[in-house]
Design a protein around this ligand. Structure first.
Ligand code: SAM
Length: 247
C-alpha cells in the first residue's frame, strides 16, 4: 500500500533484519537513509537495488517536505537509520509526524533496537522503564539530569559513548551511592557482545583495568530506594561512632 514505512535494520548482526523488512526495502519506490553509504552496505549484502536518498539530522525539515509531496502522489517510501529502529535517538520522528498530519498512512516495520535488547537481558525490572536517549555531554548538565531522575522502581535506559562511560559511572556513584546496581550492555548482537552487571563502584573498578573501552553501549539502572542509601549511610555512621567510642 502507498505510504511511509519506518523500517528497523540490524544493530550489529545482519541476521536480525526481518523478512518483512527485506520485502519492503526491495519493493518501495525509494529508501530514505540517514547515511546512504552505510545503508548501501546492508543493501549490497541483501542484494537490494532500490534507489536511495539521504535523510538526516541536517536536512530532516526540507527533505521531509519533498518526501511528503511524493507520498501525496501515492509513492511508497521507506525510512531507515544507520542501525536499529528509526526515530529512536535517530531521524524518523519528524517525517512520521508530518506524514500523519498530511493524512498519509505510516507503517511501523519493527526489528532491532539497542535499548530494548539491553533491557530484556539486563536482569533489571522490565515492567516499567524510561528511555532517555543520550545524557547531556556537558558534565554539569549530566549530573543535574541524573539528580533529577525519579527515584521509583523503574529502569532508566541511556545510550552512552565509550569515551564518556567512565565519567558517567562516576556521576552515578556520586548521586546514587557506590552500591547502586548498574548494567552496561556493549556491542549487542555482535561478536564481542558483553554485559557488565554489578554495583557501580565495582563496574568502575573493572572498566578502569582496561586500556581502552570501545564499542557501542547502553547503560541501565533502577535507582535503589532512597531508604536503602540512607540506611547504608546510617550503618556507616553508627560503625564510625562505635569505633570512636571504642577508642
Ligand atoms: N536507532 C538505534 C536503535 O534503535 O537502537 C539507536 C541509534 S543511536 C544514534 C546509537 C546508539 O545506540 C549508540 O551510541 C549506542 O549507545 C546504542 N547502540 C546502537 N547499537 C548498539 C549495539 N549493537 N550495542 C550496544 N549499543 C548500541
Amino acid at each position: 500500500a502507498p505510504g511511509l514505512y519506518l523500517v528497523a535494520t540490524p544493530i550489529g548482526n545482519l541476521d536480525d533484519i526481518t523478512l518483512r523488512a527485506l520485502r519492503i526495502l526491495r519493493s518501495v519506490d525509494r529508501i530514505a537513509c540517514e547515511d546512504t553509504r552505510q545503508t548501501q552496505k546492508l543493501m549490497n549484502h541483501f542484494e537490494i537495488r532500490t534507489p536511495t536518498i539521504s535523510y538526516h539530522m541536517h536536512n530532516e525539515g526540507p527533505r521531509s517536505e519533498e518526501l511528503i509531496a511524493e507520498l501525496k502522489q501515492g509513492a511508497r517510501i521507506a525510512i531507515v537509520s544507520d542501525a536499529g529502529t528509526p526515530g529512536i535517538a535517530d531521524p524518523g520522528g519528524q517525517i512520521a509526524a508530518a506524514a500523519i498530519a498530511a493524512g498519509i498512512p505510516v507503517f511501523p516495520v519493527p526489528g532491532a533496537n539497542a535499548a530494548i535488547s539491553a533491557l530484556i537481558a539486563s536482569g533489571l525490572p522490565t515492567d516499567h522503564f524510561t528511555f532517555h536517549g543520550f545524557l547531556p555531554a556537558k558534565p554539569g548538565q549530566r549530573k543535574t539530569a541524573l539528580e533529577e531522575l525519579p527515584r521509583d522502581t523503574a529502569t532508566h535506559i541511556f545510550y552512552e559513548a565509550p569515551h564518556r562511560i567512565a565519567d558517567t559511572l562516576a556521576d552515578i556513584e556520586a548521586v546514587f551511592g557506590a552500591t547502586q546496581p548498574v548494567v552496561v550492555a556493549r556491542e549487542l548482537t555482535k561478536l564481542h557482545e558483553e554485559f557488565l552487571r554489578g554495583p557501580v563502584s565495582e563496574l568502575r573498578a573493572q572498566l578502569a583495568t582496561r586500556a581502552v573501552i570501545r564499542g557501542e553501549m547502553v547503560l541501565l539502572f533502577a535507582p535503589q530506594p532512597t531508604e536503602k542509601v540512607a540506611s547504608a549511610h546510617q550503618t556507616i555512621a553508627a560503625e564510625v561512632a562505635a569505633l570512636m567510642q571504642a577508642e
